[in-house]
Write a protein that binds this ligand. Structure first.
Ligand code: OOG
Ligand code: NI
Length: 455
């Protein structure tokens, strides 16, 4: 139970996401340009789409449109991951989902720290995609030893951040001034350091193994590598980016544009080359940090997700298409098999829905002819059903984002190596299952709806 003098974890997350955004805009000015572009495109979309504007106004989403939706970091050790898990818990962010990126030739596995309850997601849905480097997959023994030695001697958290995490755990919350201090201290962990902790030769050796290994191992901490605002029209922002001096990745990841959006569509601008001072005073550069945008749609049931995965695989049969228009057209053709209206999606059990009584539910219930099931209640206008938003990530899309920022590097040596049990051991707890979370939100909404209408 939250004591009255404690601030809510939702507020701390909100403060943290804003502080992170300010820091990142200063560190990567091109990201500030992307935010401007997205804000302008969102305004145009709202002007041209009255129905969307009204819907967003009604759900209170307009106020939150400009807050970032996610960021990403990469850590090197189990110890770092387990402390991060405790740090994010202070902000009401818990590990959801397991993503195996070895599938795409990237030697990491990941989870997303995010709010879980509907109320918390409403307040601020900010989440952090967090990857753990899998040193055990590096074959070169000497390099593996060097990397693990470097990682074991760094400390990515400030002393005060660790103390505040403990205070939070002991007193079950933080007071406002502690929360403010916590946000400032936590931010230090995610700051960019232009000074590398290693000399240039080591950096280059690790980089030659995989750029991601150099990115994780050679710096003082897990710098935030991108932040991601929400766009209302991702196709438009993809088109506008080059006109504003921003170089986008080749294609938009995820499902095609649809009337009923599903899951998550993402694109990013390519990572920048940034100057680095290596120890021993040699200069060089490192490419890791970028900006991304996302547009979210409905969460899919297990059955819906299986259909999505099958169609996505099928769309890839044409080989790798690098022109976005061609890619999207092909995707659209293949996805014509995926129903694109809410009634069919619901009747086929492909999407999770949130059920509510309509404003005149009880009047309508008195006169309704036949009511045997939920579908009858919807048909008679007693109950409304709205798709539940997908709050997680997509491994194939994440791999595409990784690749476009790692110079397309992949290494088949790492392939097909999921190890959820090991990841959870490092994390110190198990990850929540995203499908269970959506199913529970849907189930609760049905139970509440039935309770609230008098049949
Ligand atoms: C994370 C890439 C994944 C997304 O939005 O799918 C990701 C990374 O590059 O560290 O952020
Ligand atoms: Ni991302």
């Amino acid at each position: 139970m939250l004591r009255s003098h404690h601030v809510s974890p939702d507020l701390i997350r909100d403060m943290f996401s804003k502080a992170m955004s300010e820091m990142y805009q200063k560190e990567v000015p091109l990201y500030a340009d992307l935010l401007d572009l997205v804000a302008r495109a969102n305004r145009t979309e709202l002007e041209n789409n009255e129905a969307l504007r009204l819907r967003m106004e009604k759900s209170g989403e307009l106020d939150r449109l400009e807050v970032e939706r996610h960021g990403a970091i990469r850590v090197g050790t189990a110890e770092e991951l387990s402390v991060l898990c405790r740090l994010f818990a202070v902000m009401g962010m818990y590990p959801v989902g397991y993503y195996d990126l070895t599938e795409a030739g990237v030697p990491v596995h990941s989870t997303a720290f995010r709010p879980i309850s509907e109320e918390s997601l409403q307040k601020n849905p900010f989440r952090i995609f967090t990857s753990l480097l899998r040193l055990e997959l590096i074959e070169n023994e000497k390099l593996r030893a060097i990397a693990s030695e470097i990682l074991s001697s760094r400390d990515i958290f400030t002393k005060r951040a660790l103390e505040l995490i403990e205070i939070h755990e002991n007193q079950n919350g933080l007071r406002l001034e502690q929360a403010e201090e916590f946000v400032a201290e936590a931010l230090e962990t995610f700051r960019w350091h232009g000074d590398s902790t290693v000399d240039k030769d080591i950096y280059e050796a690790l980089h030659a193994e995989h750029r991601l290994i150099a990115d994780v191992v050679c710096f003082r901490g897990p710098h935030i590598n991108h932040l991601t605002p929400r766009t209302l029209n991702i196709d438009e922002v993809q088109r506008l980016m080059p006109l504003h001096g921003i170089s986008p990745k080749a294609i938009i990841e995820g499902p095609p544009r649809r009337d009923c959006p599903i899951l998550l569509r993402q694109t990013s601008f390519k990572a920048l080359d940034e100057p680095v001072n290596f120890s021993g005073d040699r200069q060089g550069s490192h490419t890791a940090r970028f900006g991304e945008i996302e547009q979210r749609g409905a969460a899919l049931t297990k059955k819906g997700r299986e259909l999505y995965d099958r169609l996505l695989r099928q769309s890839q049969n044409k080989g790798s298409i690098t022109d976005n228009n061609e890619y999207q057209n092909n995707l659209k053709d293949v996805f014509s098999e995926f129903p694109d209206n809410e009634t069919t999606l619901r009747k086929h059990g492909l999407v999770f829905f949130y059920y509510q009584p309509t404003s005149d539910a009880n009047t309508k219930a008195r006169t309704a002819a036949k009511i045997e099931n939920l579908e009858d209640l919807i048909q008679s206008g007693i109950v409304s059903a709205t798709p539940i938003t997908y709050e997680d990530f997509l491994p194939v899309s994440a791999a595409g984002i990784f690749h476009s920022n790692l110079g397309g590097e992949s290494n088949s040596m790492y392939e097909g190596n999921p190890n959820k049990a090991e990841f959870e051991k490092c994390l110190g707890t198990s990850v929540n299952d995203e499908i269970d979370i959506y199913a529970e939100i849907e189930r609760k909404s049905i139970a509440n709806t039935l309770k609230r209408i008098n049949l």
